[in-house]
Ligand binder design. Structure first.
Ligand code: WTA
Length: 651
């Protein structure tokens, strides 16, 4: 509560400059008109967006078919996402974009590639033909496990071109996580690379794929991009080099005319159980949502150089590195490596050298840069920047102010965008020509998004007030389900209130009605903007042979937002020592990946439980955060556990 109160004391307002408003894609007047139309009829507003931002082979018959909690958007409409991202920039009034840079890519070692719309179109058609030659047809699933290289975008767009459904898996996930996702999705083909560059070294990816597909019967072929050139084992008959297959592939591949509700991708994300959920997104509604929000929220114009720093393995990489910007005909920048290689000014050097004008990144990165010191950005000319964005976690006012002052030179509007893997696109965000911003607040819902806060019973408190974030009406980019698990979809998102979407976040609204997202209220942690389920980490830890029991909670951390704390009871006879702590971390890395490694491993001979044996996570959260005042402990079975837990520490 103290955090919330201090945030809400934030009264600074930053109004859009007249200069920005004058040149904006949506002028203040258009914003007002859009809000008015959307308030009156969200479906009419979204239909307008679908006409303005998306090209259709056949128009829809019905904008929305809503049988709660299942929505179909643009029913009867036919389109192709890759056509929208490529072909339409090569013909008609936009034909001049043929030689415009679609992707500017920089590898970590400093190698670069600039791929024009014309070239990208050819590569996508060729790879679509490669997929076809491997037997992939409409509706098949293709897993993509790649570093941040242009081939990731090519593979995604090639799937979209032929109606295959892609499942991108973040390259930092372990072989086991990859295996689970491949099997759950039933992927026939895996697209990967020999490796990628991180922190100055080549990191192999292919061995993880070999391990992941060894007992995944669904996988017939693996396509391997040569990125590092390191020696790589290839299984004859199953594995194919990307460049060899591409060399023989035709660059003609007509885009499939797909149903608006055809599955575009599955993306796995953490939830409150041990098993990640395969979030399903479809074609017409998703593209409408991401194309419209990219254009309007980032105020994109043809001469912008747009850089979203997310990895394609996350939803931000799908919607705002690949699909949104390419649908808008923008130039999107991709960078392969870590922000601090070879020096802490790598990002600022990139911005200066490529003339980046729009930068979209995460608070955790901004906080890391604050720590590194302003001398690094100060060494570079960042005057090309004109708009900044933030996503993934709440941005604290200090980080916001630093971003505004040091990176934005006090002239760039900041759009703090709230959304989720499930929502497909941006839901709550300032509109840069019109919304006065307040450091730490995502401000207002995008037109056509009916967001509010509700209490447990579904009552809407009058702002200023807090509660659960809720979305009352369906929106085009919303998830269409959890792959293969209808019941979990209905229970997770639609059971709190009747026919209202529950995102799992707590929020406040201030006296202006602005939204302040307070973060997850369920057992999902947000570590550096990445969602990690406590249960996932717990199941990885208890898989360790020397562990009897474990409970995982998050604690606040200045850099990563949340840090993972594991309370572990070893099996009798095993020493709770440093070696055990480190092998527990290895276990987590093996099962999930290094992003889920606990920051603290605290050994204890008992966990706080209720008389019925439920672990009292609330108490563990307090202890992990170093609080000495505990809340209600009356249901605790053994009081002495508390004192011992407080004394527990990392050996
Ligand atoms: C959090 C990332 C505060 C939130 C696009 C949400 C945010 C989860 C913001 C989704 C923001 C995202 N302010 N919190 N601007 N953006 N979140 O699925 O808790 O990886 O539910 O999607 O991140 O994370 P996901």
């Amino acid at each position: 509560m103290a955090d919330i109160e201090s945030l809400l004391k934030e009264k600074r307002l930053f109004a859009p400059t007249r200069e920005f408003a004058k040149n904006a894609y949506w002028s203040p007047r258009q914003v007002a008109e859009s809000r008015k139309l959307a308030a009156k009829s969200p479906t009419r507003f979204w239909a307008r967006m679908a006409k303005e931002h998306v090209s259709w082979f056949r128009p829809w018959k019905k904008v929305l078919d809503w049988k709660p909690p299942y929505a179909q958007w643009f029913v009867g409409g036919k389109l192709n996402v890759s056509y929208n991202c490529l072909d339409r920039h090569l013909e008609g009034p936009n034909a001049w974009r043929r030689n415009k840079a679609a992707i500017i890519w920089e590898g970590e070692p400093g190698d670069t590639r600039v791929i024009t719309y014309g070239q990208l179109h050819r590569e996508v058609c060729q790879f679509a033909n490669v997929l076809k030659s491997l037997g992939v047809t409409k509706g098949d699933r293709v897993a993509i496990y790649l570093p941040m290289i242009p081939e990731a975008a090519v593979a995604m767009l090639a799937c979209a071109r032929i109606g295959a459904t892609h499942g991108v898996v973040f390259g930092g996930f372990s072989a086991e996580s990859l295996h689970d996702r491949i099997v759950d999705a039933g992927a026939r083909v895996v697209v990967t690379a020999d490796g990628g560059y991180r922190r100055g070294a080549a990191t192999a990816l292919k061995p993880a794929v070999d391990e992941a597909v060894a007992d995944a019967d669904c996988v017939e072929h693996v396509v391997v991009v040569r990125r590092t050139g390191e020696p790589t084992h290839m299984t004859v008959g199953r594995d194919h080099w990307w460049h060899e297959r591409m060399a023989g592939a035709s660059a003609t591949c007509p885009p499939a005319k797909l149903d608006a509700e055809h599955p575009l991708f599955i993306l796995y994300t953490s939830g409150t159980t041990g098993k990640p959920k395969g979030i399903l997104h479809t074609t017409g509604g998703y593209l409408t949502h991401v194309a419209a929000t990219t254009q309007v929220v980032f105020d994109l114009r043809d001469d912008d150089v747009y850089w979203c720093t997310a990895d394609v393995g996350w939803v931000t990489g799908h919607s705002y590195v690949v699909y949104g910007p390419l649908a808008c005909g923008a130039t999107t920048l991709m960078y392969e490596g870590v922000p601090t290689h070879p020096a802490p000014d790598r990002w600022w050097s990139l911005i200066e050298r490529w003339g980046v004008s729009v930068l979209y990144t995460a608070p955790t990165a901004i906080r890391a840069f604050v720590r590194l010191g302003e001398e690094h950005p100060k060494r570079h000319d960042l005057s090309s920047l004109r708009l900044l964005g933030s996503v993934g976690e709440p941005i604290n006012p200090e980080a916001w102010m630093w971003y505004h002052r040091v990176i934005g030179g006090k002239r760039c509007p900041i759009v703090d965008t709230w959304w989720q893997t499930e929502t497909g696109g941006i839901m709550i965000s300032p509109l840069p020509s019109s919304t006065p911003t307040r450091p730490g607040s995502a401000t207002q819902p995008f037109p056509g998004i009916d967001a509010t806060i509700l209490d447990e019973t579904g009552r809407e408190p009058k702002p200023p007030a807090g509660g659960f974030l809720a979305i009352r009406k369906p929106w085009p980019g919303m998830l269409r389900g959890i792959w293969g698990d209808k019941q979990r979809y209905e229970e997770t998102y639609w059971s709190k209130w009747k026919n209202i979407y529950f995102p799992g976040d707590g929020a406040h609204r201030d006296e202006r009605g602005y939204f302040w997202i307070m973060g997850r209220i369920d057992d999902v942690m947000n570590v550096s903007g990445h969602r990690i389920g406590t249960m996932e980490v717990e199941s990885a830890i208890v898989a360790h042979e020397k562990v009897a029991e474990a409970a995982v909670v998050g604690r606040p951390d200045d850099l990563t937002g949340t840090a993972i704390v594991a309370f572990v009871t070893p099996r009798s006879g095993f020493e709770p020592d440093r070696a055990l702590a480190s092998s527990i971390r290895d276990e987590v890395t093996r099962h999930i990946g290094p992003i889920a490694k606990p920051a603290d491993v605290r050994f204890t001979d008992a966990l706080p439980k209720t008389r019925s044996g439920k672990i009292m996570r609330r108490l563990l959260r307090d202890i992990a955060a170093g609080k000495t005042e505990m809340g209600d402990t009356t249901t605790l079975e053994d009081y002495s556990v508390l004192a011992r837990l407080r004394e527990s520490e990392e050996p």
